[in-house]
Write a protein that binds this ligand. Structure first.
Ligand code: MN
Ligand code: MN
Length: 322
């Protein structure tokens, strides 16, 4: 079977060619792959700045510099895995219902085939249809949610769907296991004193940025692992959990966040969890500087792929794919 892996820069220069994530083949297969990197160029449900539709493009562009061996996690991704850049999903500009239907429809066959989707947003509203596709195969899953916002608001102009409500809707639709789920990094001004109680009453554990500063990162990683156990888990990473000094290219920035290095450490601290999917959302290239935000997002995805590879390595010894 074909094994899908990046083109080596010793054979074809990094700066040349059409940009895919990490120079993986662009291929819409569900066969012979462990993961698919998928773009979701949707920004029709934002509350402030818009332009996240160009996030996948920006991430792909800078991802060509990534190399296959992850030193920190000690894994060569493509010794273990086969993976593709699946391209972008066909969103319908201006129509969130149609867009949700298409995201779910396009992702479901991938998930059903046992492929782990790794999605690039797009605003955070896209995570709801992603979770619908995941739940169709896996049933309700745990959620690890990095964000400066809880995204568990209810209505927005009397409407149920926007980038501030996906996790309330996901609980209502029984797509999540709130008792195993955790939200991390919340901070900044909010609408009322009990703003985070919405999330807590839905069943989520909420760890604020102030909590993180108090407990430190190793303790936080431990808390996340204790919460999730070996439940199937979806990881959603809103880039605005990172401080705007490190990730300026986003739609609703909040000061006082993680550094990019801390974000990578936190992701690596999830290693060994039972992953069924990932996304990185809210990258907004128009507000980016020196491609900082896109590069961070590309590297977060790289850590996800490394952990997929490690799980595969640990589940079947050194057996090669394909
Ligand atoms: Mn969010
Ligand atoms: Mn956010």
């Amino acid at each position: 079977m074909t094994k899908y892996k990046p083109i080596a820069p010793q054979q074809f220069p990094k700066f040349a060619g059409i940009k895919t994530y990490m120079r993986l083949p662009h291929c819409r297969t569900t066969q012979g792959i462990d993961f698919a990197v998928v773009g979701v160029p949707w920004d029709g449900a934002t509350s402030y700045r818009t332009g996240q539709r160009l996030g996948p493009d920006a991430i792909r562009k800078v991802s060509v510099t990534l190399r296959p061996y992850n030193q920190a996690l000690d894994v060569e991704i493509f010794e273990q895995c086969s993976g593709v850049d699946y391209g972008d999903l066909p969103v319908v500009p201006g129509y969130i219902g149609d867009t949700y239907a298409r995201i779910e429809e396009e992702l479901s066959p991938l998930v059903a085939a046992g492929v782990i989707p790794v999605l690039m947003g797009g605003d955070h509203s896209i995570t709801l249809p992603e979770l619908r596709a995941i739940a169709k195969t896996h049933g309700p899953v745990a959620l690890v949610h990095f964000d400066s916002h809880t995204d568990t608001n209810d209505q927005y102009f009397g409407r149920p769907y926007y980038h501030g409500s996906p996790f309330r809707r996901a609980v209502e639709e029984n797509l999540l296991l709130p008792d195993y789920s955790i939200q991390v990094g919340m901070r900044g001004s909010v609408y009322s004193k009990d703003a985070y109680n919405d999330s807590k009453s839905l069943g989520f554990k909420v760890i604020t940025m102030a909590d993180i500063r108090e407990m430190g990162l190793p303790k936080l990683s431990e808390k996340i692992r204790e919460r999730v156990e070996q439940t199937r888990v979806f990881v959603t990473f809103d880039i605005d959990v990172v401080d705007p000094a490190f990730a300026p290219g986003t739609g609703t920035p909040e000061i006082g966040g993680l550094t990019s290095g801390e974000a990578i450490d936190l992701i690596q601290g999830l290693n060994g969890l039972n992953f069924v999917g990932f996304d990185v959302v809210e990258v907004l290239p128009d507000y980016d500087v020196a491609e900082l935000t896109a590069l961070l997002a590309a590297n977060i995805i790289y850590e996800f792929l490394s952990m997929i590879a490690l799980n595969k390595k640990n589940s079947n010894g050194n057996e090669k794919p394909g």
